[in-house]
Design a protein around this ligand. Structure first.
Ligand code: WTA
Length: 660
């Protein structure tokens, strides 16, 4: 565990703060009364928001039942259908012709779905899945690129009451199989493939490989035809989407599900080798996702065009692509490709084309665009942008200022500047929290470069010391959440003990987030990164232990230690130190072999950037690997105190190897 307080000392005091413009504040969806209302009556506040953002089939009788802590029940007795709320009700309200999704494909193809069209597509998918035997409570693995069928499948599951588990398309066949097995999925929805940087890439072969060994629970695989790449066909399992979905009836009556009915499982890395299946339920998750989507982004659904660049394989793509924007009746952009294909202005071209007004992305993407140079975005008309969001990792003040000056100030490609740049909303939250927990209200908060700022109304954030005591302004410690919140996870799939142990055992009665944080002199909150063995690479969570287990599973590796080293673009980069088994040859070949092995076992994002073959690893006398020292070396520093090592000379040898 790294020391949260040591990082704190390095923080400069940030003097800059930007007040919302008078015009922005006057038209804002959320004003300061949100904070007052939530402070006066937290549960009353959430009950009001619940009735505002959702149409309940049966109203709830009790806002929160915390008697089964740490498993909460929110909106007890309420019944609601997520898909009805995301779709049908907007059509019923006369907004069927509003565009729900502008889809921009990787190769430049595009289509738009109105709310009426998307509703019909989801009803057809629901009918098709039901005719394949899918029923309420069954689990569905979704392994798709960023195409509308991903959202259609998620909402069709929600409509039926089936529980989806989206597996990021960049994960390997092994990772997919372990998630299918853990959730005992009955149906898999996938595609033949997609494109990466303009080149076709396949997905279906990974599903075939995942299901090649018997013993799985899958009864059907539905395959979307996307890039036309050839695929093996397993007649027992496989069905083309086109043969079962568009041919199904477009009539489907939604049934209302209990507020606590499971909505989805999403696997995320923890501190052990086994990913955790984070479980979210229906009512509370939708309420907080939709309420924060409105407030944090100042969403005006009748006029805004919202674009969240996250993949549906991550929680951001669940809450702020598949659910909240549709629950709120917004128009959104969905993009299949990458920012640099076919050219580095691709994102800004999309902003200009659809007049995107709210952009939500990750610091790593902003830093990458910074590296490419401002001339690229300066060449586009980005004047439609009025709110800019960021998520996934701490954003450094330089990147924050660049986002504001270059993207948020752009008043057209002729180089004019806006008088009032778009406010930046930095949002802190986790797969486990389901939706925003710390974020400014853009019409209220004076935003400060680098700070995520304040808890959203109705959420109780605190920073505590080792003993669980609150720290004061200007001090740092561990980020905790003191009271239950509507979109909190309801557990880890199949592992209630791990749920308690991971989040609720460190500090009595508080949720431990695993992040270090600090309050500055003004009481604004700064995130300082993870304090556990979880890395954050390009805003994606990776577990050191998971990559270590993968390396050790290779026949030539005896031992491995993995650390996250600071990286200017990706936040952190994976660095691995390995000891080879007797007889294995050192050299470039083994490094490539091991990187590919990790890519195959977990996915390309987990491939270590550097692998260093070492004769020994620094260990304490009790045999614990001292990752802190390896991190020093990986980041090019002199290794810290090595006096507790069984053999203190190990670090000198590793440092020499690193330099050579
Ligand atoms: C980090 C992503 C600083 C944090 C929504 C957290 C952040 C982990 C921020 C969750 C932010 C997320 N500033 N750090 N605005 N947002 N993080 O589950 O370490 O993929 O614990 O959820 O990302 O990552 P996850």
């Amino acid at each position: 565990m790294t020391d949260a307080t040591s990082t704190l000392d390095n923080l400069m005091h940030e003097e800059r703060a930007f007040a919302p413009s008078a015009e922005f504040a006057a038209a804002a969806i959320a004003d300061a009364s949100r904070y007052e209302r939530a402070k006066a009556d937290r549960l009353g506040y959430w009950a009001e928001r619940a009735r505002e953002v959702l149409t309940w089939d049966t109203d709830f009788a009790e806002t929160l039942d915390w008697s089964g802590a740490p498993v909460a029940k929110w909106f007890v007795g309420g019944k609601v259908n997520a898909a009805y709320n995301a779709l049908d009700r907007h059509v019923e309200a006369g907004n069927g012709e509003r565009v729900a999704i502008h889809f921009e494909g990787a190769t430049g193809d595009s289509t738009s779905y109105t709310y009426a069209e998307l509703t019909t597509a989801v009803k057809q998918a629901a009918n098709a899945f039901e005719s394949l035997g899918l029923a309420k409570g069954d689990r569905v693995a979704i392994y798709l690129p960023m195409i509308p069928e991903a959202v259609i499948t998620m909402l069709a599951c929600a409509r039926i009451g089936a529980v989806h588990s989206v597996v990021f398309g960049g994960f390997s066949a092994d990772a997919l199989r372990s998630r299918i097995d853990d959730a005992e999925a009955k149906l898999v929805v996938t595609a033949d493939g997609t494109w990466r940087r303009g080149k076709p890439s396949s997905l279906k072969p990974a599903v075939d490989a995942a299901l090649a060994t018997p013993g799985h629970t899958v009864e059907h695989v539905v395959v979307v035809k996307r890039n036309g790449e050839p695929t093996d066909w397993n007649a027992d399992l496989d069905k083309w989407w086109d043969d079962v979905v568009p041919t199904a009836s477009g009539e489907h009556t939604p049934i209302a599900h209990d507020a606590e009915h499971p909505l989805f499982i999403l696997y995320t890395s923890g501190t052990t080798g086994k990913p955790k299946g984070i479980l979210h339920t229906t009512g509370g998750y939708l309420v907080q996702s939709a309420a924060t989507h409105k407030d944090t982004f100042d969403l005006h659904p009748e006029s805004d065009v919202f674009w969240c660049t996250a993949d549906v394989g991550w929680v951001t793509g669940h809450s702020y692509v598949a659910y909240a924007p549709l629950i709120n009746g917004a128009t959104q952009v969905m993009f299949e490709g990458t920012p640099d294909s076919p050219h580095q202005g691709r994102w800004w071209e999309i902003v200009e084309k659809y007049k995107v007004s709210i952009l939500y992305t990750a610091p790593t993407a902003i830093r990458t665009c910074m590296k490419w140079g401002r001339e690229i975005p300066d060449g586009y008309d980005l004047s439609s942008l009025r709110v800019l969001g960021t998520v996934g990792e701490p954003i450094n003040p330089e990147a924050w200022m660049w986002y504001r000056d270059v993207i948020g100030s752009n008043a057209g490609k002729n180089g004019e500047k806006k008088e009032h740049p778009a406010p930046i909303v930095d949002t802190w939250w986790q797969t486990e929290t389901g939706s925003h927990m710390i974020a400014p209200l853009p019409g209220v908060t004076h935003t400060k470069p680098g700070s995520a700022q304040v808890a959203v109304p109705g959420v109780s954030i605190d920073i505590v010391d080792e003993m669980g005591e609150s720290v004061g302004d200007g001090e740092g410690g561990y980020l905790v959440i003191r009271d239950p919140w509507p979109s909190m996870l309801r557990g880890i799939w199949g592992d209630p003990e791990r749920f308690k142990e991971t989040y609720w055992s460190r500090f009595d009665g508080m949720y431990f987030a695993g992040d270090g944080a600090k309050f500055d002199e003004d009481g604004d909150l700064w995130l300082l990164g993870r304090v556990d063995d979880v890395m954050n690479v390009s805003g994606h969570r990776l577990s050191t232990t998971e990559i270590e287990s993968s390396l050790v599973a290779h026949e030539k590796v005896a031992e491995a230690a993995v650390v996250g080293a600071k990286d200017a673009t990706t936040g952190e980069a994976v660095v691995a130190f390995v000891i080879l088994r007797g007889g294995a040859e050192e050299g470039e070949d083994i490094v490539t072999e091991l990187r590919n092995h990790v890519g195959r076992q977990i996915g390309p994002i987990a491939k270590p950037r550097h692998i260093l073959v070492v004769p020994e690893l620094p260990k304490t006398r009790s045999g614990k690997i001292m990752r802190r020292l390896l991190k020093d070396v990986a980041e090019g520093r002199e290794a810290g105190d090595a006096s507790t090592l069984a053999d203190p000379s190990v670090m000198t040898r590793i440092a020499q190897d690193m330099r050579s």
